[in-house]
Design a protein around this ligand. Structure first.
Ligand code: AMP
Length: 201
């Protein structure tokens, strides 16, 4: 039984976060919330937010924390996220971790687990080049692909240490078939739930 329902999935661009979060959210019955998807939806629909962030996404830079956190807070307050959620692509900076901690604490909540999808750089770049051909995402240009890897290493990798220290980081090998990776994630989540049960006894 997996009791953990407030989860994050973190990994370099191209690691397969979107694919895995769709499966996990279905299995656990929690919404997968991807900040990248929310931004892309706003760009496609030419909203005020979309106009604000379009050039930032195209360049592969980060949307400012203040704006990103506001989007996440709005989304987490919706009814379907009350009993759990899987955040994909958020938090990505130390400031965003602090915001999320504060937001959850204000609601008497805390994170249960952080799935760290590991994949080496050559593999993720290969996948992103393939996605560029298949989906034509405007931030999958060669330049933006490389820039996003650098931004991930500089700004997002440091947040992993925070979750490791809390004992909720779950490193999972992201290479292999979708099914294999999903089953590794489910095992990691089951182990986390077992630990929680043990702690409560
Ligand atoms: P993704 O689909 O997760 O790869 O995100 C696509 C783009 O959306 C990123 O390259 C950023 O420009 C922006 N973005 C998504 N999530 C965040 C975040 N948590 N903080 C800042 N920018 C973000």
């Amino acid at each position: 039984m997996i009791a953990s329902k407030r989860l994050l999935i973190v990994g370099p661009p191209g690691a397969g976060k979107g694919t895995q979060s769709a499966v996990i959210s279905e299995v656990l019955g929690i919404p997968a919330i991807a900040t990248g998807d929310i931004f892309r939806w706003n760009i496609a629909n030419d909203t005020e937010l979309g106009q604000q962030v379009k050039s930032i996404l195209d360049a592969g830079d980060f949307v400012p924390d203040e704006l990103t956190c506001e989007v996440v807070a709005d989304r987490l307050l919706q009814e379907d996220a009350r009993d759990g959620f899987l955040l994909d692509g958020f938090p990505r900076t130390v400031g965003q971790v602090e915001f999320l901690d504060g937001f959850l604490a204000d609601h008497g909540l805390a994170l249960d687990g952080v799935i760290q999808l590991e994949a080496d750089i050559d593999e993720v770049v290969k996948r992103l080049r393939q996605r560029a051909i298949e989906q034509g995402r405007s931030d999958d240009t060669e330049e933006a692909i490389h820039h996003r890897q650098i931004v991930f290493a500089e700004q997002t990798e440091p947040i992993l240490a925070i979750f490791r220290e809390r004992g909720i980081l779950l490193p999972v090998n992201g290479l292999g078939s979708v099914e294999d990776v999903t089953s590794r994630i489910m095992t990691a989540l089951e182990n986390l739930s077992d630990d929680e049960v043990t702690e409560q006894l």
